[in-house]
Write a protein that binds this ligand. Structure first.
Ligand SMILES: [Zn+2]
Ligand SMILES: [Zn+2]
Length: 263
């Protein structure tokens, strides 16, 4: 059985745990060292049980705690050359022996898991989504993506559990406080995924076998969990998918650890 939960999710910080048989991996380290250990302990695990960290990209909400976590817990860091170069100025010194180089599209192993980094469009050096395969079942983590192209969908499909970005509500973004240049960046190909685009993609994921959906990386200013959840429910109803019977849906929490999903 795979256990997975978001330690934090949103523009203020991102960190997701995926584990099996008491060992786990971490996707992104946008959480401080103290909260990292505390959040893991909420679900009965600890930093000592983490076999590796992968990073989607070098934006600060994904790496703010990385330096501290590496120094304190000495967990191997599986990272591409370009993402590492982008992250280094912000994470301070750590043991270089912890670095395990990876490349998009080339599968690699961490403990029981086989992972593949999938290139995604976003304004970072080498942004990736991850498919985390545990034999019978898989988990995908896909946030910070301007457009979810078919190539990404194909690479991630077949995952029972999907963390998918639902960054903004189009109406809230259009009428919100951000300057026009930032609104254009968020909406653009290298920005973030709207609730509607997320919901459209989830129709395909559910058609291809996804049953557990966690909406992730919600904007603090341009979204509300209830709007994101309602949008996805409305879209999935269009294909006759029934919540509870065909899929389970939640939104990952921003400032606290989310419930554990078991598949
Ligand atoms: Zn982000
Ligand atoms: Zn980003």
């Amino acid at each position: 059985m795979i256990e997975s939960f978001a330690l934090r999710s949103g523009s203020s910080g991102n960190c997701i745990y995926v584990g099996k048989d008491g060992r786990g991996i971490i996707v992104d380290a946008g959480i401080n060292g103290k909260n990292f250990a505390a959040a893991l302990s909420e679900h009965g695990t600890s930093p000592e049980q983490i076999d590796g960290i992968v990073i989607t990209h070098e934006h600060i909400d994904h790496i703010s705690g990385l330096g501290v976590i590496l120094r304190r817990h000495k967990i191997p860091l599986y990272i591409s050359e370009d993402t590492l170069a982008g992250a280094l100025p912000r994470i301070g010194a750590f043991d270089p022996d912890l670095i395990v180089p990876i490349r998009a599209g080339v599968p690699f192993e961490i403990g029981e898991f086989s992972l593949t980094g999938v290139p995604v469009p976003h304004d970072a050096a080498d942004p990736m989504a991850y498919k985390i395969d545990a034999g019978q079942t898989a988990v995908s983590v896909c946030t910070d993506i301007g457009v979810l192209d078919r190539s990404v969908l194909d690479a991630l499909s077949g995952s029972r559990l999907v963390y998918l970005e639902a960054n903004y509500d189009e109406f809230m973004l259009a009428n919100g406080p951000y300057p026009q240049v930032l609104k254009t960046r968020i909406r653009g190909r290298y920005g973030h995924l709207s609730n509607e685009a997320c919901a459209e993609a989830l129709i395909e994921f559910v058609r291809r076998g996804t049953t557990e959906i966690v909406l992730a990386h919600l904007s603090l200013d341009n979204n509300l969990p209830q709007i994101a959840l309602r949008t996805v429910r409305e879209f999935l109803a269009l294909i006759g998918a029934r919540e509870a019977d065909d899929y389970r849906l939640s939104a990952a929490q921003r400032y606290v650890c989310s419930p554990c999903c078991r598949i």
